[in-house]
Design a binder for this molecule. Structure first.
Ligand code: ZN
Length: 251
């Protein structure tokens, strides 16, 4: 398990990404997977919240605790993507584990230590173009966050040397990013394709939302190059529950 030490060492928050070695074929069975995760993380299963990932720009907030101890889930849909999907989770409630699965997309950890608000966002090229980063910060702001207080970390994802994309995608991004930004995001290849810098795209979105550059950290792990992490580009989607699980929880 990869601890996101930039967050865990400085603040009262837990943040991690699982490694291939943490998972097993048993994880196809939801009960076995839950039991393994509960014992690995020492968090009760009913405190796990998973994003319903559809590469959307939608955000789901877990904001209240009912007297009977069960979590009330209040949905804050912004710029709704595909029906019912949401690719980021936000909470102000301690002890709630917010989780996303990835295999090359960027798991973005966000934490506001001043207001004790945590979030996690599944950032692929499509989610970024659907404003998942800005929408997540908007929901954090509704709970009281000021963007300049947010610290963020980039989990394992495909790096700028490995992520080949088509020109279509570049055209889509040109509607969102300035010509100067586009130069930093896309490097042309000899085969007519481009290398996309996903981390740079997230960084630009964070800066635009008011997060300070000095408050961003990067695990520096490329999911495509490291055998410890799931990579769609390297291994396909044959076994979704052996993808990388990233989570954040307020302590
Ligand atoms: Zn790489």
């Amino acid at each position: 398990m990869k601890t996101i030490s930039f967050l865990e060492n400085l603040f009262s928050v837990r943040a991690f990404s699982t490694e291939k070695e943490d998972t097993s074929d048993d994880w196809r069975d939801v009960a076995l997977r839950n039991a393994a995760l509960q014992s690995m993380l020492n968090v009760p299963v009913d405190r796990f919240f998973y994003a319903r990932e559809t590469h959307s720009g939608s955000v789901y907030a877990v904001t209240q605790e009912r007297p009977d101890g069960w979590m009330a889930r209040s949905e804050e849909h912004l710029h709704l993507g595909p029906e019912g999907g949401y690719d980021a989770l936000v909470t102000s409630v301690p002890g709630v584990l917010l989780c996303i699965w990835t295999a090359d997309c960027l798991p973005l950890f966000l934490f506001d230590p001043a207001h004790h608000i945590a979030a996690i966002a599944h950032c692929g090229w499509r989610g970024i173009s659907e404003n998942i980063v800005a929408n997540t910060i908007d929901v954090m702001k509704r709970l009281g966050t000021e963007p300049e207080q947010i610290v963020t970390a980039f989990g394992p994802c495909i790096c700028e040397n490995c992520y080949e994309v088509s020109e279509d995608l570049r055209f889509r991004y040109a509607e969102k990013f300035s010509p100067g930004e586009m130069e930093a995001l896309f490097v042309p290849k000899q085969n007519g394709k481009f290398l996309l810098n996903l981390k740079k795209a997230v960084e630009l979105e964070l800066l635009r939302s008011g997060v300070r550059r000095a408050s961003m950290a990067d695990t520096g792990i490329c999911s495509y190059e490291s055998a410890h992490y799931a990579s769609y580009r390297r291994g396909g989607h044959s076994d979704p529950f052996r993808q990388t699980l990233s989570g954040i929880m307020l302590c």
